[in-house]
Design a protein. Sequence first.
Length: 405
Amino acid sequence: MKVLYERCCGVDVHKKSITACTITPEGKEIRTFGTMTDELLEFVNWLKEKGVTHVAMESTSVYWKPLYNLLELEQIETLVINARHIKAVPGRKTDMKDAEWIANLLRHGLLKGSYIPDRAQRELRELVRYRRSLIEERARELNRIQKVLEGANIKLSSVVSDIHGASARKMIRALIEGKNDPMVIAQLAKGKLKQKVEELQRALHGVIGPHQRMMLAEQWRHVEYLDEAIARLDQEIEERTRPFEEALELLDTIPGVGRQSAEQILAEIGTDMSRFASASHLASWAGMAPGNYESAGKRLSSRTRKGNKKLRACLVECARAAARKKDTYLSAKYHRIAARRGANRASMAVGRTILEIIYYLLTRKEPYKELGADYWDRQREAKIVRQTVKKLEGLGYEVKLEKVG
């Protein structure tokens, strides 16, 4: 088999140690190093002494990141490999054999590295993902608050759509401070909620004791802390995404894609679409494309492939938001598929469509062009016309079409 890289190294990465196998014209050598910074620097110097030009390692948890950062600084070409993509070999049960196997695959060009963005995008991705986790934690904490209120027979969530809204926040604070009069608390309602004062008075008439107040106070402090942390992250992310403002504005033209979703999508895929051969390749990388399992002419499964879970969750969320928009192409597509295949499949299909739209927007630098909710009707009409004309021409008629009215 043809050798692509004369000087290469395969690395088996663990929490406390790494095992490396170098293959050069001088021969093969296997060594083990610790994972402290000075030990990793010793490993990098060893590679430089060997004249190694290419390194490959499995993407083991987060343990590959410190090593990748050091190799990146030395401009050594490094491939981070998905462990599922390296075919297991019977008897390959030791770290040394793992490292040697990776090195041999790399030497012959049989490995395909995962996409590792540059340092700036990696840092932005970490910030965006952390913000997402805090937003999810805040939602969980608000659910806990709702349970405590329900336990005290405070039916606030039956009247208020969002207990994190301005009016609901004031009412919850009033309950925590020991106020018990439903009439007084209901007067804290603002905006459209003022029209529901009588309902609020009934909903706020419960039995809340010292235990519930203590629980609510602790939970509300946590929510406020999360609000502040999310606000700080918003500010930092805004600073880091300024160079991508044009791309963010393009994504913002797509129904269902808001500012935060656009930031998360760009943090995951970047703005350079040239590394994807087509929109379908991007969808496949993201895990938004159905698997291709066919045997004897039968389609065995259409489950989506594994991909970027964070990106997929964001796209599904965008798809559901797009479905709530009226008179749009994406909404019409969602409801067409949901009627036949169910809401989950419709969300995945529309999420994939959104991702493919993003590919073309970033490639062409053009805003989204709305096709309209009647797009499918127009397509069906055009198809019926084509088929009818073809049948008449097949019968020997010359057809001339003229629109009436």
